[in-house]
Design a protein around this ligand. Sequence first.
Ligand SMILES: C[S@@+](CC[C@H](N)C(=O)[O-])C[C@H]1O[C@@H](n2cnc3c(N)ncnc32)[C@H](O)[C@@H]1O
Length: 641
Amino acid sequence: MMKIDKTEWIGKVSVKHVRRDSQSTAVYSDGPIESELYRRFRDNPDLEPPSDEYRFKSWAEEYHLSPIRHNLLKWYPFYSDGCALEVGAGCGALTGLLCDRLKEVVALEYSSSRALVTAQRNSNRSNLEVIVGGLQDFECERQFDYIAVIGVLEYAGAFYVGKDPYGAFLTKLRSMLKPNGRLILAIENKIGLKYIAGAPEDHGGRVFDSIYNYPSQCEARTFCKKELKHLLEAAGFIGMRWYYPLPDYKMPQVVLSDEITISDLDSLWSLFPTRRRGHVSREVLSERRFGKTVADAGLFGELANSFLVVAGSEDIVDDFRCLRFNGADRNRKPELRTNVRVCMNGKDKIVIKSADDHRSLGFIEKIRAAETMAQENLPGIPVIGQEWDEASLYYPYIEAPFFKDLMGSAIRNQNPDCGKPLLEDYMRFLHTMPIKNCIPKEFMDAFQISAKEFTKPVPCLPFAPLDCTPRNIAIDEHQWYVIDHEWSYEFPVPVDFVAYRGIMALVVDLQSLIQTRVSREHPVVLVSGYGKNRRYMPLSWLDLIRDLEFPADQLNRWEMLFQNRALVVQKWHRRLRLRRKPRPVSEIEVTEMVLESLWLYCIRFFLARSKRLVLRFRQLTRFFQFWTRSRVLSSRHGASP
Ligand SMILES: C[S@@+](CC[C@H](N)C(=O)[O-])C[C@H]1O[C@@H](n2cnc3c(N)ncnc32)[C@H](O)[C@@H]1O
């Protein structure tokens, strides 16, 4: 029987200290941050979540406090009457989420300072019990519906003695799970893309350590997919569903299930390379570019940076399961944040858009109103039917390919014109919507655009689906569908602005594809950005931008004004670098730019800037020389009789 040395109460949370009978003396610690967090939560229990302007002082602090960590489990369809055991709860980064979603939570944590942070930060919750102790000393007669083990299995070797500590750890977990219960386990992949690209191993901090099978004898040990599968099977977990948190399980923006397709990944490469924390190390190959090759070879699941496995002692047959989760964009203002899930509901595939938290419930209501308006204002364009509840909107999944994916395939297959005819169809499609010539006054007021910019009436969409961009248009043989009316306005908006947004959205979404497929036959031109942040566009698309009535610079400025309405931190105006006569950029140049080190680039950039300044200075002196000379001439002239 497990012996309890002491029980204390922190707010509504009982904290039980278990007597340690096992031989292990290892304690996991992130250092002084733990006591600091304890003090902070004690003095201010409403600290969570940290405000959007808050800048984390260290990686450890971010790891414990960042709301992005919730993306790992936010999408999981927990049964709300269930109970969970969280093994290795750490400082409670995910404990609050479990408490919100379940009836009862037991958080087990070996380190007492970390367990106390978990209790302190959840002191207002009456459905949480914290146990200070290791799994090895934990005994419990009850069984759980869920056992969450997030970033913990790798330490089993330090806590369990014997030949097979990982097997013993997992077998014990299985014994505590109800027959239809679920183990939810997250861990790094020892041969993940980031490690291959030269990122130091997350636990020992040595480059290539896990790839070379831990010659350093690091205490923590991670596994590849095959090894982890064997470990789970050996412990009696028969059913498994595999998920890949991207870029990794620590700060996941997106979670993909095993049922993903390559095109699912097309717009996700911008999440790579994975941020390196606290370690200075060189990317020995591009994680993003290598990742694409790996995905094309059908090996993404094997080399993903982390795994999230949902396992059970029986085959898992879920009527409802999530295939893909896109976390909310944290750059957006909190009241505008939504997350999106693609799910299987029985045999139906559905899309669920949800308020990210209570602050964006009003936004869901607004989207619903905009969709009703779209139905009335866009004759001939089906706005797909929706159901809703207070926090979410539900849509049938459109099986037809999305415009963005079609463009992606055109670039991937190296079509001679990089999908230009399709883009022309898009322009024509916009012009099939009702259009009227007017000066868009409300648009100018809403975006604070100066009256001087509109001297005459321009073609406008009276009801403006501003997000009618290629990522929101699906096409089947007979019909174009516009989904997502998050950003639809009741007032007229210049049709050119919507078209410009559409083309630029493609440039952003397909950027890594554009860069990897550039060739002599498919040249690109520079659109914006410097160094590694350069964005290119296929040369063949340029005419479409030139054919717009408004110059690209002006449209770009409106775009910044639009974006800044939705963003927490105002973005700098991203200057367009499209020239009147742009120079086609070769594939070698693009590749060099991607691989170039930032420092080298900065030096080059500085030199180029100084050269430009010197030239300007020369021009200025020449002008002054001319001016003073002409003044001398004119005064002479005036002085002459
Ligand atoms: C990397 S941290 C992860 C913490 C938390 N799950 C999270 O995601 O923030 C690992 C935690 O597991 C705890 N831990 C490791 N092995 C354990 C064991 N056998 N029993 C209880 N806790 C354990 C460590 O003390 C540490 O706090």
